[in-house]
Design a binder for this molecule. Sequence first.
Ligand code: GLV
Ligand code: MN
Ligand code: MN
Length: 418
Amino acid sequence: MKSLNPSSIASLKVNGERLLQRLDALADVGSTGDGGCCRLALTDDDKAGRDLVVAWMQDLDLEVVVDKIGNIFGTWKVGAGSPVMTGSHIDTVRTGGKFDGNYGVLAGLEVIATCKDLGIAPSRPLCVGVFTDEEGARFAPDMLGSLVYVGGMALDEALDAVSIDGMRLGDELERIGYAGAAPCPGPVPHAFVELHIEQGPVLEVEDRAFGAVTGVQGISWQEMTIVGQSNHAGTTPMHMRRDPAFVAAMLAVYLREIAERFGGDQVCTVGKIDLHPNLINVIAARATITLDIRNTDEATLRDAENLVDTFCFQIEQDEGVSITKRQLARFEPVTFDERVIKIVEKRAAEIDERVKRMPSGAGHDAQMLARVCPTAMVFVPSKDGISHNPREHTEPQQLIEGANVLLRVMLDLTETDF
Ligand code: GLV
Ligand code: MN
Ligand code: MN
């Protein structure tokens, strides 16, 4: 076994073909046939994806541990002390791509496989985490598995989360065979680094090779249920309506206005509107609408939330509807560890000096791990900035180079005392 020094790390490269093959094989599980993937958390397809990743972990002789929230950890028990951890998620949104999350997990396995191939003996264990329900698309909040792992949400509360299809998370975990025995919160890693596609346009537009991610913006997810008076679409005069569909539309427009007025990093999205009974000639009885509001600045994010509250109060009076709010997720902006960011910057620049420091627009498991250990992330470009979409794409060479950065950063972290 070879030992490491900082300069020997600089020449190491992963087996890119093996990484690409595994990405394709995992993408076949839950393939939507249009280049995309649907493996909503804790569905049968998620189970099949998990089984495949666990089999790869076993092929690598990793110790595989599943915790009580279903997070999977594959650890190469080499060296001494707490592990350097990487990882991400393999659940997807309903219209997911091949790379969101999967890339970080499989690149982590590739790092360990490469070290083993090259006979490298890191001074600390290396661990790859596969976190449950990062997307939050089936069970809110997002990043649920990593949140429970770091003690940010009680296990029982998480197990009682109810999915958009009415299932209890704990029951679904049991059903797919991933209700593990390891306790939550879990052991604190030495450091954590996550490799991910950017999922936005910045790196491509600025012709950068890598992002050294400085943090993750704050996120507020709310679900509003608007109740009015269902009635006949032809006979009810306009001034006598109490129309939840109209109010949902006004809220969507108002969110856009907030984003335009605030400018900067402010983003606002209405991703889901459900009407009941959802018929052409019936004024809706009820509308359910989701709001996704994000900003890198906590005070501004709070301002946006306050404006929404005031707007809801006013429109309740004006239209004669009632609005009830459910907070589905609320995470403050996160700043990553400067020491890890610098290691990412340095190791990325060894490969290509076009490295950009940038915040992440998307949520990531790394933002939860940052609560307990030195953490940062590496981004590679996303073609046309498209993600949460079957068209999500990153060039194979960029994927391989990103994994080379991950390899070097992880090894550097094993040699770094914090
Ligand atoms: C997770 O993908 C998010 O919504 O940021
Ligand atoms: Mn992701
Ligand atoms: Mn995602």
